[in-house]
Design a protein around this ligand. Structure first.
Ligand SMILES: [Ca+2]
Ligand SMILES: [Ca+2]
Ligand SMILES: [Ca+2]
Length: 708
């Protein structure tokens, strides 16, 4: 370990942790709602000038009776953001820098040795449950398999281990056998409306054919858990027919309507292969049951995490009952889903489906609050009634390309450290919150929520974690309890980096008209690539090889973008520095590793709280030379942020062999390694998918105290 790094890192962590202000308020219950892939662009609260945005009367009411945080950074992808929420540590400390996909190895999933929120709050007498999408760890390449949530302290988990809704089933449970996709939304359509068909339901135990009702709207049938009858060529079958029903594959998944459930409860894992309740509704229902059950629980407090999966692609029309009255598919659009053929061609449909999904989620949040007594209707006004419960609603990362709203940038969205990829909505209400209806424009980060959970339970998270473990979170409670609390953060940070995988990840090329975007780190399987409208290129090893091949063939696009394998962003609130590990083929075009923005002078800053969108033309480092590109004020800010970023990155110095993350490489790490011997694990130090002698040799070679 270079001594320079040691000096930097001790400097970086020596700064005192800010004290909580004032006397500690009483412990609070916590309802934590995660909206998957809902970036700041999606809500009027965080995108005030946005047009045609989802109607979110419940979230707006929570903000009106609480605090709207208008300057929240998260991470560019699902898994890193979620691990931040529950560990208070930046991705470079937890190892989770990218979304988990099927081949992601254990060391790129949340470690079982992390002191997650349910562990800390459990020690403080809280009952904790997480319902909905997990995506913090997963069963694949994880020694705990289906008990992955429990291995992270989430011992009461129910819903999905998948990172997204399953793919939409255009075959209508195996009935349609043509190669042409007739029904891309997973149910039969006729013109611009759901078709009318006979609706079959799954057979009960011991039955071969279930109930059937003739002449049902296909979306209503799917919502009720049925399958519409169609012929092999897709022709709707109007009357019930046992021969037709016998052709249905009842195990076929179908987006948010039919999906696999995993449960962790009391140390036991179980699964349901095909749940036939819409995921939004199911997740809300689980939260309601949990919260109401706590009224009779011997534990004094609770934390319910309601992790909606709904707004992650692929989108389908949600249940009609979840939508504002009168919501109809507009006649100018084909009734189609998952048409991921690029930004120019598919945005209207994708945005409409995303809009409807967010509206559905808002109505489910309202249902949870009304069904648990945390809210009530006073006339036609929704009112919170949560004096001892804090309600937090957050997006986990920026919106996905095809759903991005103006003035945000779809080509610098989710998966990037630009503003569209990391700015998320955050509203908090209830409990000790004073002066409701405020906006707080101070910088906050996804990791800070970890400290808030502690603050609400009267636990100092910095002393609750094992000694030597570094946290990145800062206090949040002062923003709730003091209307004029000054900014705690002087800088904010976000990052992305590629995962360790069991299989090689080949380039995936997504063409969006004038721009071809390539990734060789995120869409890690052929099916994932193709689900995003991409083309998988296993004949080459990375995006640069692909570009070389296309150039040689004369098919290179005008604009070839690569999603960088390492991205880091840091800001002091006005100036923003973006670091990207550039692939060699792009560097040839004169790109540089750093971009530098004055957010107060970026695109649409006047309508986005004074911090605009970091589009390429606003990059101040036009020639990559600060001495040429920047004036004195800019140069000072640039040098300061470069130094700040260097300190942050230096503080990430890894300690290979410290499996248990306590700053020592000793018998505890050896015991952990032996416990995982022969399989994938966080003790797979050389990242080859197996824990064995090669890893042991590395551990023994670094035996002792970590060099930081
Ligand atoms: Ca997400
Ligand atoms: Ca250790
Ligand atoms: Ca290994």
């Amino acid at each position: 370990m270079p001594t320079l790094l040691v000096a930097f890192s001790s400097f970086a962590v020596a700064s005192p942790v800010p004290e909580d202000q004032g006397t500690a308020p009483p412990k609070c219950n916590i309802l934590f709602v995660i909206l998957d892939d809902v970036g700041a662009d999606q809500l009027t609260l965080s995108n005030p000038s946005g047009e045609g945005l989802p109607q979110t009367p419940t979230i707006n009411a929570i903000a009106a009776q609480g605090v709207n945080f208008t300057n929240c950074w998260s991470m560019p992808e699902c898994s890193p953001a979620r691990v931040c929420f529950f560990t208070g540590r930046f991705p470079s400390r937890t190892g989770v820098g990218s979304p988990m996909t099927q081949p992601t190895l254990a060391q790129s999933q949340c470690s079982p040795f992390e002191m997650t929120t349910p562990r800390i709050l459990g020690n403080a007498g809280y009952e904790c449950g997480l319902f909905g999408k997990f995506h913090i760890s997963q069963e694949n390449y994880n020694p705990f398999g289906l008990l992955a949530p429990s291995s992270n302290g989430f011992t009461n988990f129910n819903d999905t281990l998948l990172g997204a809704p399953p793919f939409i089933d255009p075959t209508i449970a195996g009935q349609v056998t043509t190669d042409t996709v007739l029904y891309s939304c997973g149910f039969p359509v006729a013109g611009n409306a759901p078709a009318i068909c006979a609706c079959a339901f799954p057979p009960g135990v011991g039955e071969t054919i279930g109930e059937c009702i003739s002449g049902v709207d296909a979306l209503e049938c799917l919502t009720a858990g049925g399958v519409s009858l169609v012929a092999a060529d897709g022709t709707p079958i109007l009357e019930c027919d046992s021969d037709a029903a016998a052709r249905i594959n009842w195990d076929a998944w179908n987006g948010s309507y039919v999906w696999p459930r995993t449960i962790n409860q009391s140390g036991v894992a179980s699964q349901v292969t095909a749940v036939r309740t819409h995921a939004d509704v199911d997740q809300a229902e689980l939260a309601i049951e949990f919260i109401n059950a706590q009224k009779n629980s011997p534990k004094t407090h609770w934390m319910c995490t309601l992790s909606f999966s709904g707004d992650h692609d692929p989108w389908q029309p949600p249940p009609q009952a979840s939508l504002p009255p009168g919501t109809v598919w507009p006649p100018q659009l084909a009734y189609a889903c998952g048409e991921q053929v690029g930004v120019e061609n598919s945005t209207d449909q994708e945005r409409l489906l995303s809009t409807w999904t967010i509206q559905s989620l808002d109505s489910q949040i309202r249902r949870v609050l009304l069904s648990t007594g945390l809210g009530s209707m006073v006339g036609d006004q929704f009112r919170l009634n949560a004096p001892d419960t804090v309600i937090v609603v957050v997006g986990d990362n920026g919106s996905f390309l095809t759903s991005v709203r103006e003035p945000f940038n779809p080509l610098r969205a989710k998966a990037t450290a630009y503003q569209t990829g990391i700015c998320v909505p955050l509203v908090i209400a209830g409990g000790p919150t004073v002066a409701p209806g405020r906006a707080v424009d101070h910088m906050v980060n996804a990791v800070d929520l970890y400290q808030l959970w502690g603050e609400l339970a009267n636990v100092n998270v910095h002393t609750a974690v094992p000694q030597g473990r570094r946290l990145d979170c800062r206090p949040m409670l002062p923003y709730l309890t003091h209307a004029a609390s000054p900014s705690v953060r002087s800088w904010n940070y976000s990052e992305y980096f590629a995962p360790h995988l069991a299989d090689p990840c080949f380039p995936c090329l997504i063409s969006t008209g004038s721009v071809d975007t390539c990734t060789d780190t995120i869409l890690t399987t052929q099916s994932l690539c193709e689900s995003q409208g991409g083309v998988w290129h296993p004949e080459v090893t990375d995006c640069c090889d692909l570009l070389a091949q296309m150039t040689a063939a004369g098919t290179a696009p005008k604009v070839f973008e690569v999603i960088y394998a390492v991205q880091r962003a840091i800001t002091d609130g006005r100036w923003k520095l973006v670091y990207s590990e550039q692939p060699s083929c792009l560097l040839r075009d004169g790109a540089c590793d750093y971009e530098f923005y004055d957010l107060s002078n970026c695109f649409a800053a006047n309508v986005l709280f004074g911090r605009g969108i970091d589009n390429p033309q606003f990059n101040l480092l036009a020639t990559c030379d600060p001495a040429v590109d920047l004036n004195l004020e800019q140069r000072v800010a640039y040098i300061r942020l470069r130094a700040e970023l260097a300190l942050v990155v230096a503080s990430f110095d890894s300690c290979v062999g410290d499996v248990t993350m306590d700053g020592q490489i000793n018998g505890g790490d050896l015991a952990a390694m032996l416990a995982f011997w022969g399989g994938p694990s966080v003790a797979d130090l050389n990242n080859d998918g197996i824990t064995n002698g090669a890893d042991l040799a590395m551990l023994l070679a670094s035996w002792g105290v970590c060099a930081h």
